[in-house]
Design a protein around this ligand. Structure first.
Ligand code: SAM
Ligand code: SF4
Length: 393
């Protein structure tokens, strides 16, 4: 169920911060003393924090998280400048990483107890994990109908695409910011463009589609490649997606003035293609989607998406919940708080116990950008300690 759906089937309840949240009819808020309170049906539904004790991952603003992102590793084989520092990144020790079985258990709780409807595996670089096929096969065995996707840089994918498909992976987002080998080497600090292209070819042959291509545009580096990237993606049957550069880089050199805004990206695409809003709409998807037509043609040649987290934030419609590779729940990419799900699991909690810790974490989800105030460009915005690769984008 998405947030939109949820609000039509539940009654609104006014809570602190002037927000409106929704909860099941008949549910009762526990009094501030923490004394137990029961609903009309006899079930205690909300804790003293206000978090539900049953059902899905509801937050104070009425959003319901159904889109699960799990990072399987913090390490990576590239060093994209907008994401990681060139060196000196502190890696998680192996003992702190979720094991194959722990990831499987956490996904099972999310799906069976908390209503997660789709899963995206991410990192760091998920392909760096040698047991990735086992992780996916285990999740697939527990959840035969769960859509499972992965965000990857595709380095090494040529050798593993078929096995990943056989394990139960459905589709891929591949990060590729440039079609020039030299620019690729400058931007990722590794000379591996040919490996990415080989990975993409293998992914398509294995049927891991539809494939989306993620690109972050950097001023003076790859910002002249908007039209060539769209042209290349459309020609090859990929959906091109441009992501505004966010303040989650390892070098801490992000500035708002350097961000190439979604409106400028759209304008640049329109110098070579006709764009029309995708009639499928956006739903809770982070990307605003457009149909792409070549000049003078009526047939849709392909689609492009633009993720405008900085200049046109979509936090009000967010349906995401994130788990880091060390098993911490982050309710928002920009959160300063994390909740340790893995320690709860390792301490022997049952599925209900793990689910409740997760509900409590999501209830506290900030309104937007890690705060109850909106705006990445605000002077009081504080970049979270973890960088994108350590969170799981
Ligand atoms: N290594 C994989 C990859 O690159 O696809 C998965 C992890 S990566 C952190 C996930 C996505 O985050 C990638 O598409 C990447 O482009 C994006 N990303 C990383 N740092 C970013 C930043 N500072 N702003 C916007 N997107 C970023
Ligand atoms: Fe690695 Fe992905 Fe970050 Fe690039 S964006 S450094 S590929 S985790």
């Amino acid at each position: 169920m998405d947030a939109e759906h949820a609000s039509t089937t539940r009654g609104p309840v006014a809570v602190a911060l002037g927000a409106t949240v929704t909860r099941a009819p008949g549910a009762t808020v526990l009094p501030a003393t923490g004394a137990p309170a029961v609903s009309a049906s006899g079930a205690t539904v909300l804790t003293e924090t206000g978090a539900p004790r049953e059902g899905g991952l509801l937050d104070r603003f009425g959003r319901v998280a159904t889109d699960l992102r799990v990072s399987v590793i913090d390490k990576c084989n590239l060093r994209c400048t907008y994401c990681m520092p060139a060196d000196g990144m502190p890696w998680l020790p192996q003992s702190q990483l979720m094991s194959t079985d722990e990831i499987r258990r956490i996904v099972r709780v999310a799906v069976r107890s908390l209503g997660a409807e789709e899963l995206r595996l991410t990192g760091g670089e998920p392909l760096v994990r040698k047991d990735l096929e086992f992780i996916i096969a285990g999740i697939r065995e527990d959840n035969p109908d769960l859509p499972i996707s992965m965000t990857t840089n595709a380095v090494g994918l040529d050798r593993r695409a078929q096995a990943l498909k056989d394990a139960g992976l459905n589709r891929l987002n591949v990060s590729l910011d440039t079609l020039h080998p030299e620019t690729f080497a400058e931007l990722t600090r590794r000379p591996h463009l040919d490996k990415v292209l080989a990975g993409l070819q293998a992914a398509r042959a294995a049927g891991l589609g539809p494939i989306k291509i993620n690109a972050v545009l950097l001023r003076g580096v790859n910002d002249t490649e908007v039209v060539p990237l769209v042209d290349w993606a459309v020609t090859n049957g990929f959906e091109m997606r441009f992501i505004e550069d966010m303040p989650l880089d390892g070098d801490r050199s992000w500035t708002a003035t350097n961000v190439i805004a979604a409106s400028d990206i759209r304008a640049e695409i329109e110098t070579a293609f006709a764009l029309a809003p995708d009639p499928r709409g956006r739903g809770a998807a982070p990307a605003e989607r457009w149909e792409v037509r070549r000049p003078g043609e009526t047939a849709v040649a392909g689609h492009v998406g633009i993720i405008s987290s900085v200049t046109e934030p979509f936090c009000a419609a967010c349906t995401r919940t994130r788990v880091t590779a060390d098993g911490k729940v982050r309710s928002c990419l920009f959160s300063h708080e994390e909740t340790d799900l893995l320690s709860t699991l390792r301490a022997g909690a049952d599925d209900d116990g793990i689910a409740q810790v997760w509900r409590d974490a999501m209830w506290a989800k900030p309104r937007a950008h890690g705060s109850d105030r909106v705006g990445l460009a605000r002077p009081d915005f504080v970049q979270p300690e973890r960088t994108m690769s350590a969170i799981g984008g």
